[in-house]
Design a binder for this molecule. Structure first.
Ligand SMILES: Nc1ncnc2c1ncn2[C@@H]1O[C@H](COP(=O)(O)OP(=O)(O)OP(=O)(O)O)[C@@H](O)[C@H]1O
Ligand SMILES: C[C@H](N)[C@@H](CCCCCC(=O)O)NC(=O)O
Ligand SMILES: [Mg+2]
Length: 353
């Protein structure tokens, strides 16, 4: 199976540029492009723009599953056309090359009255590239979109900025959003087709200088995209999928060690150790010296260590709010439960659905 990516954005239309970016990326990867639901058929559709700008041979731009006439949110546009958008029809094709899938608008856009685009993205479990403009207002939109992705354990490849350089804005998003920046596509004037890539772009800064400006910006995506298609990342996605399913289970199947179980009293360390051996999954939801002590010692003991490291990795994907929810319980409440009951659970809120 080759790499597949979701290109989404913090918003729609002018100022984001998901379609322009997707054209560059699909061309760069010599891949395929698909827009499952297109709302608005006057003028060029997104697929037609990609066909024009990407330089890809015909046949690499897939037909849209839903072509809706009115340029509105897809759920409304579908209603106007008398069509119901169904999740089952939005399955992903297996193709002989990388596939870029573009969503309509942002993550929370409804596809029908029950289902948002992000629900489909969560089911697909493909790495997301979040396009964010660099102009004023983007910090808020981008951090909110990141929270929504993380709350659902959706794998994120990184952010692609679009627009003129705004150094502090980009840095603030990278730092506060704890997110990898893949690159920045500037405003291209004129907006002409991306240059054809006869060979793969180099990632070395010296060779990159030989690339034209748009290609240079996209070149930084190239290694990240290739890693995302590798076996490692597929295994990571499978784990995320499994963990997301488990988080949705009833409370007693999940232990959440909150960030305030922090002091390293031997009894607390022992209780956490005991719990991690009997309850699976355990999520360390905050910086806990006690949790770290357990993690370190388990790391020296084979299989348990591997499990714990995985769980510690998941900690990074949890939003702060949920860590705090878990931490509302005091050690007095949960220590006795841990000490005496197999499969006891100290609670977390179920993952966002
Ligand atoms: N990098 C860019 N350089 C120049 N113009 C751009 C760039 N990105 C976007 N634009 C302009 O903004 C318009 C909207 O961009 P685009 O269609 O890519 O947005 P979108 O995020 O895909 O919107 P939608 O949610 O409707 O799919 C483009 O038609 C183009 O005129
Ligand atoms: C009409 C737009 N261009 C776009 C749909 C954007 C929906 C935005 C809904 C919203 O957030 O209010 N359609 C599309 O990408 O096919
Ligand atoms: Mg678009």
């Amino acid at each position: 199976m080759t790499a597949r990516f979701i290109v989404t954005g913090t918003d729609t239309g002018i100022g984001i540029g998901k379609t322009v970016f997707s054209a560059g990326l699909a061309g760069l990867l010599d891949g395929f492009y698909g827009k499952p639901a297109q709302s608005g058929l006057d003028g060029e559709t997104d697929s037609e723009v990609v066909a024009r700008l990407s330089g890809l041979p015909s046949g690499r731009v897939l037909p849209e599953v839903y072509r809706l006439k009115t340029p509105l949110s897809p759920h409304r546009s579908a209603e106007i056309d008398g069509i119901a958008i169904e999740a089952a029809k939005l399955s992903l094709p297996e193709l002989p090359g990388p596939l870029i899938i573009e969503g309509a608008g942002g993550l929370m856009v409804p596809l029908n009255r029950q289902m948002k685009f992000i629900c489909i993205v969560r089911d697909w479990q493909l790495p997301v590239i979040l396009c964010a403009r660099t102009a004023l207002g983007t910090i808020n939109h981008t951090l909110l979109s990141l929270e929504a992705l993380r709350a659902r354990s959706i794998p994120l490849l990184g952010i692609a900025f679009i627009g003129d350089e705004m150094a502090d804005t980009q840095r603030t998003i990278a730092e506060m959003g704890r997110v990898r920046v893949l690159g920045r596509l500037p405003r291209l004037d004129p907006l002409t087709p991306f240059p054809k890539t006869c060979e793969r772009p180099s990632t070395s800064p010296t060779s990159q200088r030989r690339h034209s400006e748009p290609l240079r910006c996209l070149a930084s995506l190239y290694p990240a995209c290739h890693r995302a298609g590798s076996a490692d990342d597929r295994a990571h996605r499978r784990r995320l999928c499994r963990d997301a399913r488990r988080q949705a289970l009833p409370r007693r199947d999940l232990l959440l060690v909150g960030h305030h179980y922090g002091h390293r009293h031997p009894k607390i360390v022992e209780a956490i150790r005991h719990a991690t051996e009997t309850v699976d999954p355990v999520i360390f939801a905050g910086l806990s010296p006690a949790g770290r002590a357990v993690g370190r010692s388990a790391g020296r003991h084979g299989a348990a260590g591997a499990r714990l490291r995985l769980l510690l990795r998941q900690r990074l994907d949890l939003g702060r709010g949920r860590a705090e929810d878990g931490a509302r319980l005091s050690p007095q409440q949960w220590l006795p439960a841990l000490a005496h009951r197999r499969d006891s659970a100290i609670t977390a809120t179920p993952s966002a659905r």
